[in-house]
Design a protein around this ligand. Structure first.
Ligand SMILES: [Zn+2]
Length: 286
């Protein structure tokens, strides 16, 4: 080994040691136009009697209000300012973050779970996610992955006061993607809602893609669903308004006008398009 090679080897060894030390803390998410709060901060708003949007311009986070406290769905990013932003949004809606009893994480991508460790320090809540996505968080963050109190499996339900969430395992975006069926209320009128935890497959494994399609087809057979809830602003059928377009319609709604989220035709049109798109991916993957 010549001297130059030796010095390179030494530097490489030192780098391994150094990154070994650095790995004791998760690397911060990179600030991008998708998550920069100076661009992405949004006014929180009430969607239904029992559902509130508290997310950012790109990614959703929601609060479900029950007779016995609140349930937070997803925790946004781990960047500076996010904890204050999320809790501030909840307070701005007249809700008390300390009333959050459960935090549900629908998928193990950090735009959905990144805020969880910091929220754990503040909230007195139980955190739940699918075990496979907990494993994803651990492979991403090691010992700094958020602590999880309970694993959610397909068919599980969670009841808090007058509200029950029914969980479905809908893998494909991540191995443990969890979706929620629940009832939302508009001026007391109940509407069955479907909240998909990751409606875009992220795999080139034909088996995974096929299972994702079969799940979507099953969901598309749910004829009682009237409301689609989305965890990214742009998850909707072609030509339909996005989350904030609907929010503007909701804000301007007159008495007797329909609720812009109550739209069963849209729900099925969105699924038809998503199934067709994903079938094309499957054809390309085979
Ligand atoms: Zn994701």
């Amino acid at each position: 080994m010549n001297l130059r090679l030796m010095s390179h080897t030494l530097i490489a060894a030192l780098l391994v040691l150094w990154t070994g030390v650095a790995a004791t803390q998760p690397p911060p998410a990179r600030i991008s136009p998708r998550n920069d709060l100076s661009v992405m901060a949004r006014e929180p708003f009430q969607v239904f009697d029992n559902l509130y949007f508290v997310g950012i311009g790109e990614v959703g986070s929601y609060v479900i209000e029950t007779s016995e406290g609140l349930i937070l769905i997803d925790t946004l990013w781990d960047l500076d300012g996010y904890t204050e932003y999320l809790l501030g949004n909840i307070r701005e809606l007249g809700l008390d973050p300390m009333a959050i009893e459960y935090v549900i994480i629908m998928q193990g991508h950090r735009d959905h779970y990144g805020g969880a460790p910091a929220l754990r320090e503040i909230l007195d809540a139980q955190f739940g996610t699918h075990e496979e996505d907990y494993n994803l968080m651990v492979s991403d963050w090691g010992e700094y992955a958020p602590e999880i109190d309970f694993f959610i499996e397909d068919g599980d339900s969670l009841t808090l006061g007058d509200t029950t969430l029914n969980f479905e395992h809908t893998p494909g975006h991540t191995p443990g993607t969890t979706s929620i069926r629940m009832t939302v209320y508009d001026n007391g009128m109940p509407y069955p809602a479907y909240f998909h935890g990751g409606p875009a497959v992220r795999s080139d494994d034909p088996e995974v893609i096929l299972q994702f399609i079969q799940d979507l087809e099953r969901i598309n057979q749910l004829n009682d669903v009237q409301v689609q809830i989305a965890n990214h602003f742009d998850i909707h059928a072609q030509g339909a308004p996005d989350t904030f377009g609907r929010a503007a319609m909701l804000a301007e709604r007159g008495p007797g006008d329909p609720h812009p989220w109550v739209d069963p035709d849209h729900f099925h049109r969105w699924l038809d398009e998503l199934i067709a798109e994903t079938r094309q991916m499957l054809a390309d993957a085979q």
